[in-house]
Design a protein around this ligand. Sequence first.
Ligand SMILES: Cc1cc2nc3c(=O)[nH]c(=O)nc-3n(C[C@H](O)[C@H](O)[C@H](O)COP(=O)(O)OP(=O)(O)OC[C@H]3O[C@@H](n4cnc5c(N)ncnc54)[C@H](O)[C@@H]3O)c2cc1C
Length: 520
Amino acid sequence: MEYDVIIVGAGSSGAVMAARLSEDRSRSVLLLDAGPDYATLDSLPDDVNSIHEPSTVHHDWGFDATFVPGRVAPLPRGKLVGGSSAINTGVAIRGAPGDYDRWAELTGDERWGWEQCLPYFRAIEDDRDEGGDFHGQGGPIPVRRWTREELQPVQQGFYDACVAAGFEEDRDQNDPETTGITRAAMNRGGPNQMTRWSANLGFLSQARNRLNLTIRSHCLVDRVLVEDGRAVGLRVECDREVQEVRGREIVLSAGAVMSPAILLRSGIGPAEELAELGIASAADLPGVGKHLMDHPMTPLLLHPTEGVVDPAKPLLQTLLRYTSSTGEFNDMQVYLLGHILFAPGGRYGTWQGDEDAEPEWVFAVAPGVQLPHSYGSVTLASADYTVKPVIDLKFDEAEADRVRLREGARLAWRLAHSAELSPFHTGPVDLDQETLDDDARLDEWIHGASSSMAHPTCTCPMGPDPAQGAVVDSEGRVHGVEGLRVVDGSIMPTLIRANTNFTCMMIGARIADWMVEELA
Ligand SMILES: Cc1cc2nc3c(=O)[nH]c(=O)nc-3n(C[C@H](O)[C@H](O)[C@H](O)COP(=O)(O)OP(=O)(O)OC[C@H]3O[C@@H](n4cnc5c(N)ncnc54)[C@H](O)[C@@H]3O)c2cc1C
């Protein structure tokens, strides 16, 4: 049989696409995901249900990334229906208006500007705390801010330290004008308001009953089948059997690591590099995988005083946004991460300790750059779809990022040593005053502490000109291949000043609407 639309990846963007495209019951939609499918709230395993902590082990792809030369650590990505939205930290936030206006400039399509994206952000959410022009009510994703009563003492200590340091109190991180310290808005719901409300729970739960929507889990897509310049189907390993499936429209929503990897395996990418791997070119697109962006983060780890760290409590409840010396509005975020299992001598790239070392619970003040200038890449090590792609984040490429990480480390130190936060710890794990005062030594510390906020994006950027690195046009169509789109975080032309889940859902909703118009 031939489906009208096949979507690869049921994550933040893919789940939204599938729900919207299957509204028309005459359109057959197949949604494939490599991970398991938990179809109901009751069936969610604890790590997928609880918003207290991202799930970075049990439903993870197991990717390693080189953060900076010589430092390799895990880069978590959700492998289940719901994608990374089903395992993430749950901060519900959008980028700054200027981020989307910049997209409009880079794509030459004004529909990506802030004013035209805002109605989609509003439609996604059901904000239980805030109304007005910038918020939506009645959408599928519930949004709630932590209340003062819900804050753990150490989170309140961080909040108070930020206020004492002169930062504004921000009651609503999704008002575009705001900055400062806030009790974070989270996408959480369920009986005790502690369930991470993923794109699966929000969008697919409303569409699962449709006979024209088929959701297949445990289906690992190898590549797109291209005939005479048109995508006609997919090669998929499903329950250990390799099969082919045909579709009139193919949409890759496999995320910023796997969407470019699937394109590359399909012969869509830099032809010369693909030839070295024995992959025949279907479309010579030099930009595939080449524009990887992510938010670098350098957590200042702190030894807690007794009783401060409780891994059963939420990891993140407070969020500071500020403008660095570069003058770019809200280009920095700082989290108070309430518990991290750190292995001395090990690595803490994704907050997991090294299995071989004796781990220790710590907490962290964690600054991260929101408007990075560094670019990395996703490339293939092999044409074999069972081999993981190579992820090179190059976090230390740009001096502007190094400047902001130094400032961030010094601010984290000041906040940690404030009267409000110092009662919660006995001192930093691996940073001292001499290192802090010396740029060269601090750079070395930053190198070793480099972590990711887990927001890889921009590996198949939208834009008009493939020669300038664009992979898809402003409606997600792959340049040079008919019937093939990429719709997920990978098509952001540049990274936004925020965590990326809501923007990925917005991307899915926008392009689904355009597809509905086109396919009508
Ligand atoms: C640990 C962690 C914490 C985060 N915290 C936050 C946060 O607090 N707030 C926030 O806004 N954002 C957060 N993010 C980022 C956000 O969740 C992601 O940016 C967003 O979910 C990405 O959406 P996507 O649609 O691009 O990809 P994903 O949601 O990752 O979806 C991709 C889907 O494709 C499937 N897939 C991939 N390859 C294949 C293949 N070959 N065959 C079949 N299926 C495939 C995957 O299994 C997955 O389900 C976090 C991410 C992580 C990992």
